[in-house]
Design a binder for this molecule. Structure first.
Ligand code: NCD
Length: 367
Protein backbone atom coordinates (compact mmCIF):
# COMPACT_ATOMS: atom_id res chain seq x y z
CA UNK A 1 0.00 0.00 0.00
CA UNK A 2 1.30 3.46 -0.83
CA UNK A 3 0.45 6.56 1.16
CA UNK A 4 1.64 10.18 1.02
CA UNK A 5 2.67 11.00 4.58
CA UNK A 6 5.82 12.90 3.75
CA UNK A 7 6.95 14.37 0.43
CA UNK A 8 9.83 11.86 0.46
CA UNK A 9 7.28 9.04 0.03
CA UNK A 10 7.43 9.82 -3.69
CA UNK A 11 10.65 9.68 -5.70
CA UNK A 12 11.89 12.69 -7.68
CA UNK A 13 10.84 10.92 -10.91
CA UNK A 14 7.34 10.46 -9.48
CA UNK A 15 7.22 14.12 -8.43
CA UNK A 16 8.07 15.10 -11.98
CA UNK A 17 5.40 12.70 -13.25
CA UNK A 18 2.81 14.29 -10.90
CA UNK A 19 3.77 17.75 -12.19
CA UNK A 20 3.32 16.62 -15.78
CA UNK A 21 0.03 14.95 -15.07
CA UNK A 22 -1.30 18.04 -13.22
CA UNK A 23 -0.38 20.22 -16.21
CA UNK A 24 -2.17 17.78 -18.53
CA UNK A 25 -5.27 17.81 -16.29
CA UNK A 26 -5.29 21.61 -16.42
CA UNK A 27 -5.06 21.53 -20.24
CA UNK A 28 -7.57 18.72 -20.83
CA UNK A 29 -9.95 18.55 -17.84
CA UNK A 30 -12.60 16.70 -19.91
CA UNK A 31 -10.34 13.71 -20.36
CA UNK A 32 -10.23 13.19 -16.59
CA UNK A 33 -13.87 13.98 -15.81
CA UNK A 34 -14.85 10.40 -15.00
CA UNK A 35 -11.48 8.93 -13.98
CA UNK A 36 -12.67 8.38 -10.38
CA UNK A 37 -16.30 7.49 -11.15
CA UNK A 38 -17.76 5.35 -8.38
CA UNK A 39 -14.86 6.07 -5.99
CA UNK A 40 -15.07 7.92 -2.68
CA UNK A 41 -12.58 10.24 -1.02
CA UNK A 42 -12.94 10.69 2.76
CA UNK A 43 -11.74 14.06 4.07
CA UNK A 44 -11.05 13.76 7.81
CA UNK A 45 -10.24 17.28 9.00
CA UNK A 46 -9.68 17.52 12.75
CA UNK A 47 -8.28 21.03 12.29
CA UNK A 48 -9.49 24.15 10.42
CA UNK A 49 -8.89 24.31 6.70
CA UNK A 50 -10.25 26.24 3.73
CA UNK A 51 -8.01 25.62 0.73
CA UNK A 52 -6.69 22.15 1.49
CA UNK A 53 -10.06 20.58 2.23
CA UNK A 54 -11.97 22.38 -0.50
CA UNK A 55 -9.29 21.71 -3.10
CA UNK A 56 -9.28 18.00 -2.21
CA UNK A 57 -13.05 17.93 -2.48
CA UNK A 58 -13.07 19.87 -5.75
CA UNK A 59 -10.30 17.61 -7.07
CA UNK A 60 -12.29 14.42 -6.37
CA UNK A 61 -15.52 15.88 -7.76
CA UNK A 62 -13.77 17.05 -10.95
CA UNK A 63 -12.45 13.50 -11.37
CA UNK A 64 -16.06 12.25 -11.27
CA UNK A 65 -15.76 10.78 -7.76
CA UNK A 66 -17.64 11.39 -4.52
CA UNK A 67 -16.62 12.93 -1.22
CA UNK A 68 -17.56 12.01 2.36
CA UNK A 69 -16.04 13.15 5.65
CA UNK A 70 -16.05 15.75 8.38
CA UNK A 71 -14.68 19.23 8.88
CA UNK A 72 -13.96 19.85 12.55
CA UNK A 73 -13.25 17.31 15.26
CA UNK A 74 -16.35 18.50 17.13
CA UNK A 75 -18.49 16.80 14.49
CA UNK A 76 -16.76 13.42 14.71
CA UNK A 77 -16.48 10.64 17.28
CA UNK A 78 -13.05 11.89 18.35
CA UNK A 79 -15.08 14.31 20.51
CA UNK A 80 -16.38 11.19 22.31
CA UNK A 81 -12.80 9.98 22.82
CA UNK A 82 -12.30 7.80 19.74
CA UNK A 83 -8.70 7.18 18.67
CA UNK A 84 -7.35 8.06 15.23
CA UNK A 85 -6.79 4.38 14.48
CA UNK A 86 -10.41 3.41 15.30
CA UNK A 87 -11.64 6.24 13.08
CA UNK A 88 -9.47 4.91 10.25
CA UNK A 89 -10.77 1.34 10.78
CA UNK A 90 -14.24 2.83 10.25
CA UNK A 91 -13.35 4.84 7.18
CA UNK A 92 -11.65 1.79 5.60
CA UNK A 93 -15.17 0.36 5.23
CA UNK A 94 -16.57 3.41 3.44
CA UNK A 95 -13.90 5.13 1.34
CA UNK A 96 -11.34 4.31 -1.37
CA UNK A 97 -8.85 7.00 -0.38
CA UNK A 98 -8.40 9.26 2.67
CA UNK A 99 -7.08 12.81 3.18
CA UNK A 100 -6.52 13.58 6.86
CA UNK A 101 -5.50 16.73 8.75
CA UNK A 102 -4.79 16.55 12.46
CA UNK A 103 -3.37 19.00 15.03
CA UNK A 104 -0.81 16.54 16.42
CA UNK A 105 2.55 15.80 14.84
CA UNK A 106 2.86 12.28 13.44
CA UNK A 107 -0.92 11.69 13.40
CA UNK A 108 -0.83 10.58 9.76
CA UNK A 109 1.84 7.97 10.55
CA UNK A 110 -0.33 6.55 13.34
CA UNK A 111 -3.36 6.58 11.01
CA UNK A 112 -1.42 4.81 8.25
CA UNK A 113 -0.82 1.86 10.57
CA UNK A 114 -4.56 1.17 10.38
CA UNK A 115 -5.29 2.33 6.82
CA UNK A 116 -6.31 -0.26 4.23
CA UNK A 117 -6.70 2.39 1.53
CA UNK A 118 -4.21 5.09 0.45
CA UNK A 119 -3.89 7.81 3.08
CA UNK A 120 -2.78 11.38 2.37
CA UNK A 121 -1.34 13.59 5.09
CA UNK A 122 -3.16 16.91 4.66
CA UNK A 123 -1.12 18.44 7.53
CA UNK A 124 -0.06 16.97 10.89
CA UNK A 125 0.45 19.67 13.50
CA UNK A 126 3.61 21.68 12.91
CA UNK A 127 5.33 18.76 11.21
CA UNK A 128 4.64 18.16 7.49
CA UNK A 129 2.22 19.21 4.75
CA UNK A 130 3.24 17.35 1.59
CA UNK A 131 0.27 18.29 -0.60
CA UNK A 132 0.90 22.01 -0.04
CA UNK A 133 4.40 21.24 -1.29
CA UNK A 134 2.91 19.75 -4.45
CA UNK A 135 1.11 23.06 -5.01
CA UNK A 136 4.33 24.96 -4.26
CA UNK A 137 6.37 22.88 -6.70
CA UNK A 138 3.87 23.42 -9.51
CA UNK A 139 3.97 27.16 -8.78
CA UNK A 140 7.78 27.28 -8.95
CA UNK A 141 7.85 25.16 -12.09
CA UNK A 142 5.27 27.35 -13.85
CA UNK A 143 6.38 30.74 -12.62
CA UNK A 144 10.17 30.24 -12.50
CA UNK A 145 10.42 27.49 -15.11
CA UNK A 146 12.51 25.16 -12.94
CA UNK A 147 12.85 23.44 -9.56
CA UNK A 148 16.65 23.56 -9.43
CA UNK A 149 19.28 26.29 -8.99
CA UNK A 150 16.87 28.52 -7.09
CA UNK A 151 17.64 30.81 -4.19
CA UNK A 152 14.58 30.56 -1.99
CA UNK A 153 13.88 32.78 0.99
CA UNK A 154 11.52 31.27 3.56
CA UNK A 155 10.25 33.86 5.98
CA UNK A 156 8.19 33.88 9.18
CA UNK A 157 7.36 30.95 11.44
CA UNK A 158 9.85 28.35 10.29
CA UNK A 159 9.53 26.37 13.51
CA UNK A 160 5.84 25.49 13.41
CA UNK A 161 5.22 26.17 9.69
CA UNK A 162 4.71 22.64 8.38
CA UNK A 163 4.58 23.80 4.76
CA UNK A 164 8.14 25.10 5.10
CA UNK A 165 9.40 21.75 6.43
CA UNK A 166 7.94 19.79 3.52
CA UNK A 167 9.05 22.34 0.93
CA UNK A 168 12.66 22.33 2.14
CA UNK A 169 12.63 18.55 2.07
CA UNK A 170 11.33 18.50 -1.53
CA UNK A 171 13.60 21.22 -2.95
CA UNK A 172 16.65 19.64 -1.27
CA UNK A 173 16.28 16.81 -3.77
CA UNK A 174 16.85 19.06 -6.79
CA UNK A 175 20.39 20.29 -7.54
CA UNK A 176 21.73 23.76 -6.88
CA UNK A 177 19.01 25.09 -4.59
CA UNK A 178 19.94 27.40 -1.73
CA UNK A 179 17.77 28.35 1.26
CA UNK A 180 17.74 31.63 3.16
CA UNK A 181 15.85 30.94 6.38
CA UNK A 182 14.51 34.28 7.61
CA UNK A 183 12.92 34.17 11.07
CA UNK A 184 13.18 35.48 14.61
CA UNK A 185 15.65 33.29 16.58
CA UNK A 186 12.70 31.74 18.51
CA UNK A 187 11.04 30.53 15.29
CA UNK A 188 13.96 28.95 13.44
CA UNK A 189 13.48 25.64 11.60
CA UNK A 190 13.71 22.53 13.81
CA UNK A 191 17.23 21.19 14.34
CA UNK A 192 16.45 17.99 12.38
CA UNK A 193 15.96 20.07 9.22
CA UNK A 194 19.26 21.95 9.46
CA UNK A 195 20.98 18.65 10.32
CA UNK A 196 19.56 17.10 7.11
CA UNK A 197 20.74 20.13 5.07
CA UNK A 198 24.19 19.88 6.67
CA UNK A 199 24.42 16.16 5.96
CA UNK A 200 23.49 16.62 2.32
CA UNK A 201 25.80 19.65 1.93
CA UNK A 202 22.95 21.88 0.80
CA UNK A 203 23.69 25.58 1.15
CA UNK A 204 21.50 27.50 3.59
CA UNK A 205 21.78 30.49 5.88
CA UNK A 206 19.74 31.60 8.89
CA UNK A 207 18.89 35.31 8.78
CA UNK A 208 16.67 37.77 10.58
CA UNK A 209 16.21 40.73 8.24
CA UNK A 210 13.85 40.35 5.29
CA UNK A 211 14.99 43.73 3.88
CA UNK A 212 18.61 42.58 3.86
CA UNK A 213 17.87 39.35 1.97
CA UNK A 214 15.01 40.13 -0.40
CA UNK A 215 17.21 41.73 -3.09
CA UNK A 216 18.90 38.44 -4.03
CA UNK A 217 16.02 35.94 -4.05
CA UNK A 218 14.38 33.99 -6.90
CA UNK A 219 11.36 33.21 -4.72
CA UNK A 220 10.15 34.46 -1.36
CA UNK A 221 7.93 32.06 0.61
CA UNK A 222 6.08 34.01 3.32
CA UNK A 223 4.36 32.21 6.19
CA UNK A 224 1.87 33.00 8.93
CA UNK A 225 3.00 32.95 12.58
CA UNK A 226 1.19 29.75 13.67
CA UNK A 227 -0.77 31.08 16.65
CA UNK A 228 -2.43 27.70 17.37
CA UNK A 229 0.92 25.97 18.02
CA UNK A 230 2.14 28.35 20.74
CA UNK A 231 1.90 27.26 24.36
CA UNK A 232 2.41 30.87 25.53
CA UNK A 233 0.06 33.69 24.46
CA UNK A 234 2.68 36.29 25.48
CA UNK A 235 5.24 34.74 23.17
CA UNK A 236 2.78 34.74 20.26
CA UNK A 237 1.89 38.39 20.88
CA UNK A 238 5.58 39.31 20.98
CA UNK A 239 6.34 37.55 17.68
CA UNK A 240 3.15 37.95 15.67
CA UNK A 241 4.18 41.06 13.74
CA UNK A 242 7.77 39.96 13.08
CA UNK A 243 7.50 40.36 9.29
CA UNK A 244 5.22 42.32 7.01
CA UNK A 245 5.88 42.24 3.28
CA UNK A 246 4.70 45.57 1.89
CA UNK A 247 5.16 47.66 -1.25
CA UNK A 248 8.28 49.28 0.15
CA UNK A 249 10.05 45.95 0.65
CA UNK A 250 8.84 44.75 -2.75
CA UNK A 251 10.73 47.69 -4.27
CA UNK A 252 13.96 46.08 -2.98
CA UNK A 253 13.11 42.71 -4.60
CA UNK A 254 14.29 41.56 -8.06
CA UNK A 255 11.88 42.16 -10.93
CA UNK A 256 11.53 38.41 -11.50
CA UNK A 257 11.28 37.28 -7.88
CA UNK A 258 7.99 35.56 -7.08
CA UNK A 259 6.10 35.82 -3.79
CA UNK A 260 4.49 32.65 -2.48
CA UNK A 261 2.38 31.97 0.62
CA UNK A 262 0.41 28.81 1.46
CA UNK A 263 -2.37 31.04 2.88
CA UNK A 264 -4.26 31.92 5.01
CA UNK A 265 -2.46 35.21 5.54
CA UNK A 266 -3.04 37.36 8.57
CA UNK A 267 -0.99 40.54 8.15
CA UNK A 268 2.37 39.24 6.90
CA UNK A 269 1.65 40.33 3.32
CA UNK A 270 0.02 43.71 2.81
CA UNK A 271 -3.07 43.48 0.58
CA UNK A 272 -1.43 46.14 -1.61
CA UNK A 273 1.12 43.53 -2.71
CA UNK A 274 -1.74 41.49 -4.24
CA UNK A 275 -1.69 43.78 -7.32
CA UNK A 276 2.04 43.21 -7.87
CA UNK A 277 2.59 40.83 -10.82
CA UNK A 278 5.17 39.00 -8.71
CA UNK A 279 2.47 37.91 -6.19
CA UNK A 280 1.74 34.24 -6.94
CA UNK A 281 -0.17 33.08 -3.87
CA UNK A 282 -3.58 33.03 -5.51
CA UNK A 283 -2.26 31.03 -8.47
CA UNK A 284 -0.62 28.68 -5.97
CA UNK A 285 -3.99 27.55 -4.64
CA UNK A 286 -5.32 26.88 -8.14
CA UNK A 287 -2.24 24.75 -8.92
CA UNK A 288 -2.93 22.91 -5.65
CA UNK A 289 -6.20 21.53 -7.02
CA UNK A 290 -4.56 20.13 -10.17
CA UNK A 291 -1.73 18.56 -8.15
CA UNK A 292 -4.24 16.95 -5.78
CA UNK A 293 -6.14 15.57 -8.78
CA UNK A 294 -2.90 14.05 -10.11
CA UNK A 295 -2.06 12.70 -6.65
CA UNK A 296 -5.44 11.02 -6.17
CA UNK A 297 -5.12 9.38 -9.60
CA UNK A 298 -1.59 8.16 -8.94
CA UNK A 299 -2.19 6.88 -5.40
CA UNK A 300 -5.17 4.91 -6.67
CA UNK A 301 -3.02 3.51 -9.49
CA UNK A 302 -0.13 2.67 -7.13
CA UNK A 303 -2.26 1.31 -4.32
CA UNK A 304 -1.11 -2.29 -4.69
CA UNK A 305 2.56 -1.38 -5.08
CA UNK A 306 5.28 -1.35 -2.45
CA UNK A 307 6.48 2.12 -1.37
CA UNK A 308 8.96 3.82 -3.76
CA UNK A 309 11.20 4.67 -0.83
CA UNK A 310 11.27 1.78 1.67
CA UNK A 311 10.47 2.77 5.25
CA UNK A 312 13.50 3.09 7.50
CA UNK A 313 13.61 0.30 10.09
CA UNK A 314 12.09 1.33 13.40
CA UNK A 315 12.89 0.03 16.86
CA UNK A 316 10.83 -0.06 20.03
CA UNK A 317 12.74 1.50 22.90
CA UNK A 318 10.01 1.20 25.51
CA UNK A 319 10.32 4.90 26.32
CA UNK A 320 7.60 7.33 25.15
CA UNK A 321 8.29 10.19 22.73
CA UNK A 322 9.26 13.38 24.58
CA UNK A 323 7.50 15.77 22.18
CA UNK A 324 4.35 17.19 23.86
CA UNK A 325 2.89 17.85 20.38
CA UNK A 326 3.32 14.23 19.19
CA UNK A 327 0.30 11.98 18.48
CA UNK A 328 1.91 9.57 20.93
CA UNK A 329 0.69 11.80 23.80
CA UNK A 330 -3.00 11.07 23.12
CA UNK A 331 -3.39 7.97 20.96
CA UNK A 332 -4.02 4.80 22.98
CA UNK A 333 -2.21 1.59 22.10
CA UNK A 334 0.48 3.24 19.97
CA UNK A 335 3.84 1.47 20.07
CA UNK A 336 6.73 3.88 20.95
CA UNK A 337 8.70 3.58 17.68
CA UNK A 338 11.99 5.28 16.87
CA UNK A 339 14.36 5.38 13.93
CA UNK A 340 18.01 5.07 14.85
CA UNK A 341 20.20 7.72 13.19
CA UNK A 342 23.73 6.60 12.37
CA UNK A 343 25.64 9.40 10.86
CA UNK A 344 28.21 10.56 13.38
CA UNK A 345 31.79 10.50 12.22
CA UNK A 346 33.96 8.99 14.90
CA UNK A 347 37.70 9.19 14.19
CA UNK A 348 36.99 9.76 10.50
CA UNK A 349 34.71 6.69 10.15
CA UNK A 350 30.94 6.74 9.70
CA UNK A 351 29.74 4.86 12.75
CA UNK A 352 27.09 2.12 12.52
CA UNK A 353 26.24 2.57 16.19
CA UNK A 354 23.06 4.63 16.54
CA UNK A 355 24.10 8.07 17.75
CA UNK A 356 20.55 9.21 18.41
CA UNK A 357 16.92 8.27 17.87
CA UNK A 358 14.08 10.16 16.21
CA UNK A 359 10.42 9.39 16.89
CA UNK A 360 8.93 7.39 14.00
CA UNK A 361 5.75 9.50 14.16
CA UNK A 362 6.76 13.13 14.75
CA UNK A 363 10.49 12.81 13.82
CA UNK A 364 11.59 14.73 16.89
CA UNK A 365 15.05 13.89 18.08
CA UNK A 366 15.04 12.35 21.55
CA UNK A 367 17.42 13.66 24.15
C1 NCD B 1 -1.18 26.08 5.70
C2 NCD B 1 -1.38 24.98 6.73
O1 NCD B 1 -2.50 24.60 7.05
O2 NCD B 1 -0.36 24.51 7.21
N1 NCD B 1 -2.30 26.35 4.95
C3 NCD B 1 -2.67 25.54 3.92
O3 NCD B 1 -2.79 24.35 4.05
N2 NCD B 1 -2.82 26.10 2.73
C4 NCD B 1 -0.51 27.27 6.29
C5 NCD B 1 -1.06 27.94 7.49
O4 NCD B 1 -2.06 27.51 8.10
O5 NCD B 1 -0.50 28.98 7.86
Amino acid sequence: MRHLLSITDVSVEELDQLLEEAADIQRHPDQYASAMAGKKLATLFYEPSTRTRLSFEAAMLELGGHVIGFAGAGNASVSKGESVKDTIHTVNCYADIIAMRHPLEGAAWAAAQAAEVPLINAGDGGHQHPTQTLADLMTLKREKGRLDHLKIGLCGDLKFGRTVHSLISALSRYPGNEFILISPPELRVPAGITAALDNADIPYRQAQSLEAEIGALDALYMTRIQQERFFSVEEYLRLKDSYVLDEEKMRLAPKDMIVMHPLPRVNEISVKVDQDPRACYFKQMLYGKFMRMALILQLMAWRNEAPAVPAAPAVITGRPCKNPRCIFTTEQGLEPLFHPVHHAMIQGEMTRIPTKYVCAYCEMEQV
